[in-house]
Design a protein around this ligand. Structure first.
Ligand code: UDP
Length: 320
């Protein structure tokens, strides 16, 4: 049994990770300030004796005295809707100061630490699909910079702790991921389209729908994160993790309209600034080093996600 600290443990990915690692017979310390996470996401495990929830903002130092074996850093607003505007400075602080605090905690505990980095570090990519050696094309002063540059700085900090303090680090670059337990107000494209479809509202496509994304189902992503954390010591990453099947946003909208069986119509809206045109991971490194590739196709994953949002309405009386 390992003691594993998960920062961002009540969020979309963090709550899945908490449940999976608890189920694998580990002791979990879940740290979150519930800025975008929700206590409801971890309700089913709150009373488990091997699970502890600590309400804390990682931009403040952590004084957790346990023998921590592993730390996952997933704490950061991750949806453009949440990290832009009034949360932008806070987002940079969370990525940079939050990472520093967790790296210090890892150093004191001699723990292995994994950083949830992002495909956003590639910015508007000029290389397609994106491979880890590509250094990216980020607008450093744009509205996405708080997230992109914050995550880039965190990668840099991780490598400095690796070089200066011989810390055992792991970096994964997460591409678009979806599934149950996304927030209803998350604002990202998959949950937005499903909820709009269920409500019979317009499906809001930004631009003409020709932008692309590659969507990974959450279970596939959690599996590879755990494989990465437990990989051979010398493999630091960064490693891309995501599903390489690429779809236009228009294709996604059509799929969801059919699956939800809704009368919703497509409404074309203005494009947000700095919205990357295309995004698709080259996952050869994850495939070679971690013997991993995603197994859940978009059709199956969408069915499960639609089911989740439908149940949320029926069982929790959730008003859409
Ligand atoms: N998008 C859209 N309608 C929405 C939400 C998003 O057309 O209601 C587009 C968005 O402009 C982007 C893509 O879908 O081109 C993916 O956006 P998301 O916010 O899900 O994630 P991103 O990859 O941009 O971080």
């Amino acid at each position: 049994m390992k003691t594993i600290l998960i920062a961002g443990g009540t969020g979309f990915l963090g709550s899945h990770l908490s449940k999976r690692l608890l189920n694998d017979e580990n002791k979990i310390i879940c740290v979150d300030n519930n800025y975008t996470g929700r206590i409801e996401n971890i309700e089913s495990i709150l009373s488990n004796p091997n699970f502890e929830f600590v309400e804390h903002d990682i931009i403040e130092p952590l004084d957790i005295l346990s023998n921590i074996d592993q730390i996952y850093n997933l704490a950061c607003p991750a949806s453009p809707k949440h990290y832009q505007g009034k949360a932008s400075i806070y987002t940079t602080k969370t990525s940079v100061i939050g990472s520093l605090n967790l790296l210090e905690l890892a150093k004191i505990n001699n723990a292995r630490i994994l950083q949830a980095s992002t495909s956003e570090i590639y910015g508007e990519p000029l290389v397609h699909p994106q491979i880890e050696s590509y250094k990216g094309n980020v607008n450093p002063i744009g509205i996405r910079a708080c997230y992109d540059e914050g995550k880039r700085c965190a990668e840099s900090l991780f490598f400095d702790y690796y070089r200066e303090h011989s810390l055992e680090i792991k970096i994964v670059r997460i591409f678009n991921t979806y599934g149950p337990f996304m927030n209803v107000d998350d604002g990202r494209v998959v949950s937005n389209f499903i909820i709009q479809g269920l409500k019979g509202e317009d499906i809001t496509i930004h631009g003409d729908g020709s932008k692309t994304r590659s969507f990974c189902y959450v279970d596939d992503l959690i599996e590879v994160m755990i494989r990465m954390m437990n990989s051979e010591k010398s493999f630091t990453g960064p490693v891309n993790i995501g599903n390489p099947n690429e779809f236009t946003i228009h294709e996604l909208a059509e799929k969801i309209i059919t699956k939800v069986n809704t009368n919703s119509k497509i409404a074309y809206k203005d494009l947000p600034l700095d919205d990357p045109s295309q995004r698709c991971p080259d996952i050869s490194l994850a495939n070679n080093k971690l013997n991993w590739k995603p197994v859940v196709e978009l059709n199956e994953g969408l069915d499960k996600t639609i089911e989740y949002f439908k149940n949320l309405i029926e069982n929790e009386g959730f008003i859409l």
